[in-house]
Design a binder for this molecule. Structure first.
Ligand code: ATR
Length: 285
């Protein structure tokens, strides 16, 4: 790839996180920018933990068009915005902040869109409205997943978490269609589900494995992992060994990036780039 020249009119966007060094978002957005011939650039903003609020305040006015927000700033990002989309409010987190010329900051969350599009692409036969979905985890990622799955018509989300109290608090916030379960009760919660989503951070560490009794899911249940490094996590490898169809976190990452690109640069990403193949070159798989 050759980088288009930076001009005086280049639209700047980026991703803010800590750490952000391993983010695939700069690769994805810059490949789209180049293919579309847009005078724009997308850069990493590696911020100190205490620096996010000041960073956002400094961007009011639109010198930077917008940022993706990643761990650990998604929750605070929502609180710093002047307006927020319903889906950001439902997830209690933002993965996008847009800086308007009038100084206002708009929050959105496209992680849920990414999750639903990952299912649509990699498990096209799955009808989310046809049965309960189990979610492992009760952090920000799990909240976003629950909000998206309920909005997509899932009749029930079963929140399974190591710390039961967190699952209970989350289920309460989501109302009658959400239930809470301890990790030790996962087999019970897996009965009759149409899909399982791993939204824990259990497998982010080297060699870490999330032990989940996936055998207790129905034979056709779709197993999804929000982690995309490695592409086939131990959790997905387990699902594949027992014959469950799987959906990977890279499909979700690309699915959330597309509406972010449109928010920053004013048009959808160009269709001709095989962004998944490009990302796979970096992460392997
Ligand atoms: P995020 O905002 O990215 O979802 P988080 O808020 O730190 O991250 O939440 C991480 C989730 O992964 C939590 O649900 C956590 O369980 P606890 O609430 O019990 O801490 C879960 N998690 C992390 N490590 C885990 C492990 N080794 N086994 C099971 N669950 C784990």
């Amino acid at each position: 790839m050759t980088r288009p020249p930076i001009t005086g009119a280049t639209v700047v966007a980026g991703v803010a996180g800590q750490p952000v060094r391993h983010s695939l978002s700069p690769l994805i957005h810059n490949a789209w920018l180049e293919a579309a011939g847009i005078d724009g650039v997308y850069v990493p903003f590696d911020l100190p933990i205490a620096g996010f609020e000041g960073f956002v305040a400094g961007l009011r006015g639109g010198a930077v068009r917008g940022i993706n927000v990643t761990v650990p700033f998604k929750e605070v990002a929502l609180t710093l915005a002047d307006r927020a989309s319903d889906r950001a409010l439902a997830a209690s987190a933002a993965n996008i902040l847009v800086f308007e010329a009038d100084g206002s900051v708009i929050a959105d969350n496209t992680d849920g869109v990414g999750l639903i599009s990952a299912f649509a692409i990699q498990a096209p036969g799955l009808v989310l409205a046809s049965g309960p979905v189990a979610i492992l985890g009760a952090g920000g990622g799990a909240r976003g997943a629950a909000a998206a799955l309920l909005a997509a018509g899932a009749p029930q989300v079963r929140i399974i978490n190591r710390t039961l109290a967190k699952a209970q608090a989350m289920a309460k916030a989501f109302g009658a269609r959400a239930t809470a379960h301890p990790l030790a009760g996962a087999a019970h919660a897996f009965a009759g589900v149409v899909a399982v989503v791993n939204a824990t951070s259990a497998e982010l560490g080297e060699k870490a494995v999330l032990e989940a009794p996936l055998e207790a899911t129905p034979a056709g249940a779709v197993v999804m992992d929000m982690v995309y490094r490695p592409l086939i996590t131990p959790f997905l490898a387990h699902a594949r060994r027992i014959g469950r169809p799987t959906v990977d976190g890279l499909a979700m990452l690309i699915g959330q990036a597309a509406p972010a690109f449109e928010a920053f640069y004013g048009r959808p990403p160009p269709a001709q780039v095989d962004i998944r193949a490009l990302a796979l070159k970096v992460i392997g798989g």
